[in-house]
Design a protein. Structure first.
Length: 299
């Protein structure tokens, strides 16, 4: 399957910010593993600039990041700041707050509502911005029963002009209702993929579509346990569909998520220029109803 521009997947609006549905997730730029540990070799800064500029040249116009995406040698926000400083086009930067890490990388407890301004300001400094395009409140684990106080604090920062639009992450449908009662929500970020369908079981994917909210899955290519291998039987079906299209299994998995609705975005991350091009090209892959039924069949 040949490469294609990110616009092939269509567009969606995050509030008043129209973006191509294929974006880029910046976590892996720092060498981090899944939990933010520094167990990988960070990408060279110049290579990171080339990778980000290549993404922008191919039509990627929104990037997902966080101030806690860092390793001893790299900060995702710093790399994005540097890349955007030498880029003339418009790129929407989506970041997140709630979780935090100390300077040594140790994870902290969920920020209190009164600490969120500090996290927002940290992102502003690192990204070199006067305001943040989109800020997601990431719920830190199942213990957060209500997000009203935290989301309300971010809504105040939005009113103050530090944030343009708000989203939520790692949430259930009741959290979306709770947040929308306080301020507009432009996106929901949850773990979701062909082998991890909790957002279907909860109704979140359909609920977002009904309410005009972008649904942005992370770990869309990964298996049932994030970075673990995919379910074997399902993976065989993915390979069957991939061969029919001359595509890679990862492209089929990304295309499957995009087929869930025009409101579904994708933010795959990689440090490989080849994989970047393949991820972007997945937006042009059109699966048939028969192929979707094959992939969806219960394992």
């Amino acid at each position: 399957m040949s490469t294609a521009a990110a616009s092939e997947a269509g567009t969606w609006k995050l509030g008043d910010l129209e973006v191509n549905r294929i974006g880029y997730g910046a976590m892996r730029l720092t060498g981090n593993g899944m939990m933010g540990n520094s167990d990988g070799t960070p990408i060279d800064r110049d290579a990171a600039m080339r990778l980000l500029h290549s993404a922008f040249e191919q039509g990627v116009d929104h990037v997902d990041t966080a101030s806690f995406y860092f390793s001893p040698l790299r900060s995702a926000n710093e790399l994005i700041n540097r890349a955007l400083a030498s880029w003339n086009g418009d790129v929407v930067v989506v970041t997140k707050v709630g979780p935090g890490r100390d300077p040594s990388g140790e994870w902290l407890t969920m920020a209190r509502p009164d600490q969120l301004r500090g996290q927002v300001e940290e992102n502003l400094r690192q990204l070199g911005r006067d305001h943040l395009d989109v800020v997601n409140l990431r719920r830190n684990g199942p213990g957060t029963a209500s997000i009203a106080e935290h989301f309300g604090a971010l809504a105040e920062l939005r009113e103050a002009g530090l944030i343009r639009h708000l989203g939520i992450s790692n949430v259930r449908p009741e959290h979306l209702a709770e947040a929308r009662a306080i301020a507009p929500v432009v996106c929901v970020q949850n773990s979701y993929g062909l082998d991890w369908r909790r957002a279907d079981e909860s109704g979140m994917v359909d609920l977002c579509r009904e309410q005009g909210v972008a649904f942005v899955p992370y770990f869309a290519i990964a298996g049932r346990r994030r970075e673990a291998p995919a379910v074997r039987e399902r993976d065989a079906r993915v390979h069957t569909v991939a061969r029919a299209h001359g595509a890679t299994p990862a492209q089929v998995r990304l295309a499957w998520t995009l087929h869930r609705g025009p409101h579904v975005l994708a933010i795959p991350g990689t440090t490989s220029p080849g994989h970047l091009a393949q991820n972007i090209a997945a937006g042009a892959l059109r699966l048939t109803e028969e192929e979707l039924a094959l992939l969806d069949r219960q394992v």
